[in-house]
Write a protein that binds this ligand. Structure first.
Ligand SMILES: Cc1ncc(COP(=O)(O)O)c(C=O)c1O
Length: 430
C-alpha cells in the first residue's frame, strides 16, 4: 500500500497494528496519524546511506516538516540533530534534548532576540546575509560569547520543483550569492568581525526528484570551499548540503532513495576534500523522514453529484489542514479507509469545509463509490501539514495521534473553540 501503510485481509487500512477506522472512532476526525516505527525506519535508512560512505555525518531533521514534540523526540532518540528556523523550533529542539552543537539555525530574517538565544545556547548559526554577519558579530561581542557560524550560499541553480519551494535559484531571497562575490565577501567579513567560521550551507529546494541539481550544487559549493581555503586560509569543519530529497506522491511512482542521493553527492565531496581535513557532512531532510509516516483521516460529510460534472465529496478537513494544494497545487493521494469490495467507482473532486471555492484538496480522483460517513485517508500527510495548518473559519486544528504497533496515543490535542479565542480580548469600552 502507498507510503508503507497496509490493508489487512478484510480490506481495512492499518497504521501499525490498528485499523485507521478504529482510530477515527476513538479519537474523532479530522485526525492526523503518525507511525513512529516508520519515522525511525526512514531516519535509519537515510543516516545509513550517508554514514556508510562518509565518516562524520549529522542528519539535522528539518523541524518545519513536523515539529510535534513527540516527532522531534523520536528523532532525537535516534541521534538526529535539528535544522531550525525560529525561536520556537530552536526551543523545541533544546526541549527534546538535541545537543546544541547538532542544532543548525537557518533563516533569512532572524531577529536579534533569536540570535541572542542562539549565541547563548551555543547552536550553529547559518548566516544568510552580509548584514546578518555584522549583527551576529555585534551580538556575540555584546554577550562576550563565541559564535559558531556557517554561511548560507546561494549557488544559483535551477531546480525542477514548484517555484515556491525552489530556494537555491538566482533571484531567491536566501543566502549569499556565489556568482557575484557576495559569498566570498561574507566569509571575509565573518572572520574580520571575530566569528568562529565553521561551515558552509546551501539548500536547493524541496521535493526534488531529480538528483542532478544536488550534484551541480555540491560541485559548485565545493569549488567555492577550495577558493575559501586559497583566499582566506579557511578550512571548513562542516559542509551542510541542506534537505530537499523528494518522495513519491502517486502510487507506482518511484522516488530517488537516500542511497541514490548519497552515491551522487559523496564522490564529489571526496574529490574536493582530498588532502584536506575531513569535514562533517550535514544533511537537513524533513519530508523524507516524516512525510510518508503520516495520514490525515477525514470524514465524508456529504456526497454531491453534479449533472455533467464530477461529483463533489465534501469532507471535514480541507486546506486549513492541508494547505499545499491551495498554495502550490500539491497532489495528495487519497483512498477510502475501508474497502467494501465494490468495483467501479467514479471520478470525484474532494472539497474541504471552508467557505472558499479554492478549498479543494483533490480533483479528478477515481475512488470506489463514496457515501456519507465514509472515512477518507490522505497519504503523505506527515510533513508540511499540521505545521502549516490554520484556523480559518474558526475551525480548531485537528488532533494528532502517534501509533506504535498496537498502541496509539494523542500527541497533540484537538483544539477547541476556546483555544481559537484564547488570545482574543474585548477592549474596555465593549
Ligand atoms: C534550509 C532548509 N533545510 C531543509 C529543508 C527541508 O527540506 P525537505 O523537507 O524537502 O527535505 C528546508 C525546506 O524548505 C529548508 O528550507
Amino acid at each position: 500500500m502507498f507510503g508503507g501503510f497496509r490493508l489487512d485481509e478484510e480490506g481495512h487500512l492499518r497504521a501499525g497494528g490498528l485499523r485507521v477506522s478504529e482510530l477515527a472512532e476513538r479519537f474523532g476526525t479530522p485526525l492526523f496519524v503518525l507511525d513512529e516505527d516508520r519515522i525511525r525506519e526512514n531516519y535509519r535508512r537515510f543516516r545509513q546511506a550517508f554514514s556508510s560512505r562518509w565518516e562524520r555525518v549529522v542528519v539535522a531533521y528539518a523541524y518545519k516538516a513536523n515539529s510535534a514534540l513527540a516527532v522531534c523526540r523520536v528523532l532525537q532518540q535516534e541521534g538526529a540533530g535539528a535544522e531550525v528556523v525560529s525561536e520556537g523550533e530552536l526551543r523545541a529542539a533544546l526541549k527534546v534534548g538535541v545537543p546544541p552543537e547538532r542544532i543548525f539555525f537557518n533563516g533569512n530574517a532572524k531577529s536579534e532576540a533569536e540570535i541572542e538565544l542562539a549565541v547563548e545556547k551555543g547552536v550553529k548559526i547559518n548566516l544568510d546575509s552580509l548584514e546578518e554577519v555584522e549583527v551576529v558579530g555585534e551580538v556575540a561581542g555584546r554577550l562576550g560569547k563565541e559564535a559558531e557560524v556557517g554561511l548560507r550560499v546561494n549557488p544559483g541553480i535551477e531546480v525542477p520543483t514548484h517555484p515556491y519551494i525552489a530556494t537555491g535559484v538566482k533571484d531567491s531571497k536566501f543566502g549569499l550569492e556565489l556568482e557575484t562575490g557576495e559569498a566570498l565577501e561574507g566569509f571575509r567579513k565573518a572572520l574580520e568581525v571575530g566569528l568562529r567560521v565553521k561551515g558552509i550551507h546551501f539548500h536547493l529546494g524541496s521535493q526534488l526528484l531529480d538528483l542532478r541539481p544536488f550534484e551541480e550544487g555540491t560541485r559548485k559549493v565545493m569549488e567555492f570551499a577550495g577558493l575559501l581555503k586559497r583566499e582566506l586560509g579557511l578550512e571548513l569543519e562542516f559542509v551542510d548540503v541542506g534537505g530537499g530529497l523528494g518522495v513519491p506522491e502517486r502510487p507506482g511512482e518511484r522516488g530517488p532513495s537516500p542511497e541514490d542521493l548519497a552515491s551522487r553527492v559523496v564522490p564529489i565531496l571526496e574529490e574536493h576534500a582530498e588532502g584536506g581535513k575531513p569535514f562533517t557532512l550535514v544533511l537537513e531532510p524533513g519530508r523524507y523522514l516524516v512525510g510518508d509516516a503520516g495520514l490525515l483521516l477525514l470524514r465524508v460529510e456529504y456526497v454531491k453529484p453534479r449533472k455533467g460534472g464530477a461529483t463533489w465529496i465534501c469532507v471535514d478537513g480541507g486546506t486549513n489542514l492541508l494547505l499545499r494544494p491551495a498554495l502550490m497545487g500539491t497532489y495528495y493521494h487519497m483512498e477510502l479507509a475501508d474497502r467494501r469490495g465494490e468495483g467501479g467507482g467514479e471520478v470525484v473532486n474532494v472539497g474541504g469545509p471552508l467557505c472558499q471555492a479554492g478549498d479543494v484538496i483533490g480533483r479528478g480522483r477515481r475512488l470506489p463509490p463514496v457515501r456519507r460517513g465514509d472515512l477518507l485517508v490522505v497519504f503523505n500527510a506527515g510533513a508540511y501539514t499540521l505545521t502549516m495548518a490554520n484556523q480559518y473559519n474558526s475551525r480548531p486544528r485537528a488532533a494528532v495521534v502517534m501509533v506504535k504497533g498496537e498502541k496509539a496515543e494523542v500527541i497533540r490535542k484537538r483544539e477547541s473553540c476556546e483555544d481559537i479565542w484564547r488570545y482574543d480580548t474585548l477592549p474596555s469600552w465593549l
